[in-house]
Design a protein around this ligand. Structure first.
Ligand code: GTP
Length: 396
């Protein structure tokens, strides 16, 4: 059965919680181990049988994905992978509707729809098996989260067979700890539901022309489509026990890095791009990704960190619970340090001396941190020269 995939990549007016990292790398291209968040999703889809095409839909400029697409299309010449750009943010179902003709070209029977901002084992074969055995018209990946945070996600209420009885996006109070993991396999008849939602939106908009926030083209898969699919009695959930995490801000990106590195079985949970230059006396790991062209000097210590392309960590510097963006330089004996990251915590801040401070230390791109400087629980914006110690601060 022919299957296509749509991966929702968002755009740069979203993902603001990922600033200042997103000023140099779009969130979905942030590296977690050997590859970016987006590449983890694309490779998982490509590993499935009968995939004819993968469409990335977002509202970033086209050039953002040029290198990524060139590489995937080189490595997988048999699958077409393309980027379709929305002329504005259309929501998680608006882009599907807008590009429906292109998506349905070649008459696929069903569609993987994937939010690119998740970190997951991508159990797509299990999703497909659930779809087939349930005679479903849609399967959602579900995952259990703690009750205290469940209201931040889409709540799924299902029976013992996984039939979704009720779906509600970000309910005011937690109604279920089984939540939407942002990965779906849907029958193409979902386009009928989206078209219906579009008509309803159009009617509402016509009566609401003065409201600037009311955007006729914006449709939400979670709010406008999933509740309707649930009412058909043919929407099912596959509950994963494997790792899953939404990537929203720096702390969750470091958790994603940890989860993918652990899953890959990489030695000491470290991945170093072959073009990076690491002095043999530097100590790396666990949970460290070092990207292309980066340099790490003698005696440096790096743990729970991502070092982006061409950044330089000089001799005896320490980088822990931190992200160092492209082209930045951390001086000799300098120390860039956040608070411990934790898979079980969802807090992007920690409280120090009664004040909330950033949990992860972030050095944006093209920053110079001078020798011996200590930078703790702080965020430094691009192009800065840091010559004095910085604690619990955002350096603008
Ligand atoms: P927030 O908490 O508001 O961020 O919502 P959320 O966590 O439910 O995520 P959201 O629904 O905003 O996004 C889910 C996925 O869809 C992410 O991968 C986004 O990048 C993507 N996305 C969100 N809005 C759009 C959009 O307008 N167009 C496209 N193409 N993708 C989008």
């Amino acid at each position: 059965m022919s299957t296509k995939a749509v991966i929702l990549v968002g755009g740069d007016t979203r993902g603001t919680r990922f600033r200042p990292i997103s000023l140099s790398v779009p969130k979905v291209l942030f590296p977690a181990g050997e590859k970016s968040l987006l590449a983890h999703a694309v490779d998982a889809v490509i590993a499935q049988p009968n995939i004819s095409e993968i469409l990335l839909i977002g509202f970033y400029e086209n050039s953002v994905f040029d290198n990524f697409l060139a590489q995937v299309n080189r490595e997988h010449p048999d699958v077409s992978v393309k980027y379709l750009r929305e002329y504005k943010a259309m929501g998680t179902a608006g882009g599907l509707y807008h590009f429906r003709d292109q998506i349905l070209r070649g008459k696929p029977k069903r569609l993987f729809v994937i939010n690119a901002d998740v970190c997951s084992s991508y159990p797509l074969s299990e999703l497909t098996a659930k779809y087939d055995e349930s005679e479903a018209n849609g399967v959602i990946l579900g995952t259990r989260v703690a009750k205290g945070i469940a209201a931040n996600y889409g709540a799924i209420i299902a029976d013992d067979n996984g039939k979704v009885l009720h779906y509600v996006e970000k309910p005011e109070e937690s109604v279920s700890t089984l939540v939407n993991g942002g990965i779906y396999l849907l029958d193409v008849s979902v386009f009928d539901v989206i078209a219906q939602a579009k008509r309803v939106h159009g009617d509402e908009h016509a009566g609401n022309l003065d409201d600037e926030d009311d955007d006729e083209d914006k449709l939400s898969l979670e709010q406008d489509v999933l509740p309707v699919l649930a009412d058909t009695g043919k929407l099912f959930v596959y509950q994963t026990e494997a790792f899953w995490r939404q990537v929203k801000e720096a702390h969750s990106a470091l958790v994603a890095n940890l989860l993918y590195l652990e899953d890959s079985g990489a030695k000491n949970a470290v991945w170093v791009d072959p073009s990076a230059k690491i002095d043999p006396s530097a100590k790396l790991g666990p949970n460290v990704t070092i990207c292309e062209g980066a340099k790490v000097g003698p005696g440096a210590r790096i743990r729970d960190a991502v070092i982006l392309p061409r950044a330089e960590i000089r001799a005896n510097a320490v980088v822990i619970n931190a992200i160092v963006c492209s082209g930045s330089r951390i001086g000799r004996w300098a120390r860039v340090e956040g608070s411990p990251i934790s898979v079980s915590s969802y807090e992007s801040t920690v409280v120090k001396d009664g004040v909330k401070v950033p949990r992860v230390a972030i050095v944006a791109h093209d920053v110079a941190v001078a020798d011996e400087v200590h930078l703790q629980n702080s965020v430094v914006l691009p192009h800065k020269d840091i010559r004095n110690d910085v604690r619990n601060e955002i350096v603008m």
